[in-house]
Design a protein around this ligand. Sequence first.
Ligand SMILES: Cc1ncc(COP(=O)(O)O)c(C=O)c1O
Length: 327
Amino acid sequence: MMEKENKKIIRLDFNENPFGFPKEILEKVAREIDSDYIARYTEAPTKELSDCLVNYIKDTTRANFIDERWITVSAGADDGIKLLMELRPKRVVLFPPTYFYYYFFVKGLRLNYEEFPLIDDMYIPKVELKEGDMVFLPNPNNPTGHMFDDEEILRLLNSPATVVIDEAYFEFSWKTSVKFLKDYKNLVILRTFSKAFAFAGQRFGYIIAHPEMIERINTVREEYNLSSFVMRLAVEALKNRFLFFGRIKEIEMERLRMAEELENLGLEPFPSQSNFLYFKVEDAEKVRDKLREMGICVRVLWKGIRVSIGKKEENDAFIAALKEILG
Ligand SMILES: Cc1ncc(COP(=O)(O)O)c(C=O)c1O
């Protein structure tokens, strides 16, 4: 009994960063901030944070037109999604399989929505988009992990709809739609620190869009929507970003290895540019439950299994368990 209780559960179901947040950054921030900084209301984003974000966006995209007017901040990308939906579009357009939380907010806010399934789970179908539509598209996609290409995104942008590209996994693909912002006022880009920056429990995200769109979003955003501590931590993470990028490389190598291992089991993982893999398998729910009994958590989404890339030993345990289950 005791032994069972003490067995460490392997969490491969939330696409979190398995390496944790660097302790040295956490300790530096804790040493540097004073108690008054914690005690005061602090408008978000601070100047320091917004400068660091602009610098990061420019460094990683060469989009030199971006300045602080082009960004706003949210308590994670989910909060960014909610802020956008609070602008109350006439119709939300989704392309399943997609990020399941879009449905949570659409339903919670009682918005009108329509779904157009991806062709072969990969390609965006032709849809007539209208004024008042808001499209949500994760790129790389979740749960499949694959990237939509620029032509598909341009097809959406060349419409009267607001097009929200959710780049939660940007640092795993290094491909972005930021370059389209200059020409498309209807484009909104969502980002998060939850994945690459190992920040999921701290809740920090940012939104990049034309200043007019940012102004609209700020009308539904609370001025103090982020903790002052989180903002300091985000600044320090950005200043030390290369600490995180090394870990991303490791995750990428593990993803390639895991994909090969899955193929060796006769499975067909989708091509992924994120920190997870997705594959279809018969009785996915049964497989998930058996994995759970063996102490490994994965997710079933749209009848497929999505597994996060963990540390090497966690991935090995997952592959060994799957091998046993599939016989
Ligand atoms: C596509 C996508 N968007 C948004 C989020 C939410 O991220 P956050 O933790 O920043 O709310 C996730 C998290 O899994 C995601 O996969």
